[in-house]
Design a binder for this molecule. Structure first.
Ligand code: NAD
Length: 477
């Protein structure tokens, strides 16, 4: 049995155990076995990164740019192989997987360029004859902890800026889908970074998270995942004075007003709620619809949903792949049952049989519940959306903001007045007008408000806020 190893200090290292990675389209298909690191190996990875940090932090922009470019090329060259693996381990369709890999390649390419665009500032001091220079320096060794739903692009959008800004990295991907991050690590290992600059440890969060966060050499942690995990990471990071960046859950609202183009509204809702099996932090899980269009919207949603093809992620005809894991499948079914017991009307949400045993679920629309129902307040993270009827725009906006989350929001309307007002008054970090709440660019800030995010934004040049720290120098000539 081949076991994909951890990568520490430039060497592939076996783990204390191995995790079988299961294909959610066919539970008899083992995608691969992935080494399970223990706390001792996590500690070694931090120490390797710490030793490498001294010279990597002082490396020239081109020393960082060239290997980042090589990673971008490696991803593009191997796109079909990685897409196959990503679809098999996470259940995204092949088209969605290719899109994710292309995006990861573009991110590495973007940050290869960013190494050359780091600017500082010069100021006249308030004291005569003194100049003040403000420069940015890397923060040091960072732990990057990532979830299963975007198993390649999220590691990419943390690793690329971390390395570009001169930090050394320990990546800890999700134990549910470690294969894509492992392939990324193989490409990084061949790209020409010095040993210790990039390290990969795989295994459970509870064991490795504690070991990473307890390490005195760790300067910061960037995490994407659920709110409860984020909270426990925050507690550990703050008590150890680590810099902290958290991207967490969502209960994103798409508002549809009476004056909306119905086809566009349904298109945005189907995309936001159900593509990628609804397993996107930016998924439209609350569809807030004014009463003048509500009936037509729900009818059209039901008609279009029943035509969506749910099936094996590797089948080119499939539009919606399986739920990614048994645990998530059971969670979705639990919330669908809860919707019924809360008095909701449920359409879809049925487990489906296909050629192989897998976690297939038909898209689910819940109606006849208010925003206070638990299924409208708690993140489900599956192909389940609630439609909430409201009287007018003002009630729609208030309902959209009435949530502990604040990642993404959207409005479908032909009214410039309402679109502009919504953009300004939505309490979310991302606001979409006549677009799905999901689907973002990589060169502009990404992140939310309230319980969805904590710390500075990811992506684009804003990533420098987390991965660098300023130094203010006073110089008397
Ligand atoms: P999760 O919180 O269960 O796990 C995320 C990562 O944290 C995994 O690598 C896991 O092993 C690790 N982990 C678990 N316990 C830990 C601990 N005590 N210490 C350190 N690490 C620990 O989340 P998940 O189920 O993998 O992902 C789904 C969640 O991610 C959803 O809530 C979703 O909204 C969120 N998400 C957010 C974004 C965003 O950008 N805001 C993007 C994608 C996913």
């Amino acid at each position: 049995m081949t076991v994909h190893a951890n990568y520490v200090d430039g060497r592939w290292i076996a783990g204390s155990d191995a995790i079988a990675n299961i294909n959610p389209s066919n539970v008899d298909d083992v995608v691969g076995h992935y080494a399970h690191a223990d706390a001792r190996l996590a500690r070694e990875a931090v120490l390797a990164a710490h030793h490498a940090q001294a010279s990597w932090g002082l490396s020239s922009p081109m020393q960082r740019s060239r290997p980042l470019q090589a990673v971008a090329r490696g991803l593009e060259t191997r796109i079909e192989e990685i897409a196959l693996l990503l679809s098999r381990e996470e259940g995204k369709t092949l088209g969605e997987a290719r899109g994710e890999i292309q995006r990861a390649a573009e991110i590495f390419s973007y940050y290869a360029g960013e190494t050359l665009r780091q600017a500082g500032g010069l100021h006249d001091s308030v004291r005569h004859g003194v100049t003040v220079e403000v420069t940015r320096e890397p923060i040091g060794v960072v732990a990057l902890i990532t979830p299963w739903n975007v198993p390649l692009a999220i590691p990419a959008w943390k690793v690329a800026p971390a390395l570009a800004y001169g930090n050394c990295v320990v990546l800890k991907p999700s134990e549910v889908a470690p294969g894509s991050a492992w392939l990324l690590s193989e490409i990084i290992a061949a790209a020409g970074f010095p040993p210790g600059v990039f390290n990969l440890v795989m295994g459970t969060g509870a064991e490795l998270g504690r070991a990473l966060l307890d390490a005195p050499e760790l300067a910061g942690v960037s995490f994407t995942g659920s709110v409860p995990t984020g909270r426990s990471i925050a507690d550990a990071a703050i008590s150890g004075y680590k810099k902290l960046q958290l991207e967490m859950g969502g209960k994103n609202a798409l508002v549809v007003l009476n004056d909306a183009d119905l086809d566009l509204a349904v298109e945005c809702a189907l995309d936001g709620a159900f593509l990628a099996t609804g397993q996107r932090c930016t998924a439209s899980s609350r569809l807030i619809v004014t009463k003048g269009i509500y009936g037509r919207f729900v009818d059209e949603m039901n008609r279009r949903m029943s035509a969506l093809r749910v099936g094996d992620a590797l089948d080119n005809q499939t539009q919606i792949g399986p739920v990614a894991s048994r645990a998530q499948f059971e969670r979705d079914l639990h919330y669908i049952a809860l919707a019924r017991s809360e008095g909701g009307t449920v359409t879809g949400g049925e487990p489906l049989k296909r050629d192989h045993e897998g976690f297939f679920l038909s898209p689910c629309l819940v109606t006849d519940l208010g925003n206070n129902a638990r299924v409208c307040r708690e993140e489900i993270f599956g192909p389940v959306a609630c439609v909430i009827a409201v009287n007018d725009y003002e009630e729609a906006l208030a309902t959209a903001n009435d949530t502990q989350f604040g990642l993404s929001s959207g409005i479908v309307t032909t009214s410039l007045k309402h679109a502009s007002h919504f953009r300004r008054h939505s309490q979310a970090g991302l606001v979409m007008v006549n677009m799905s709440t999901s689907g973002v660019d990589f060169h502009v800030p990404f992140g939310g408000r309230k319980s969805s995010s904590y710390g500075s934004r990811e992506q684009g040049q804003h990533a420098a806020e987390f991965f660098t720290t300023t130094k203010t120098s006073y110089i008397r000539a």
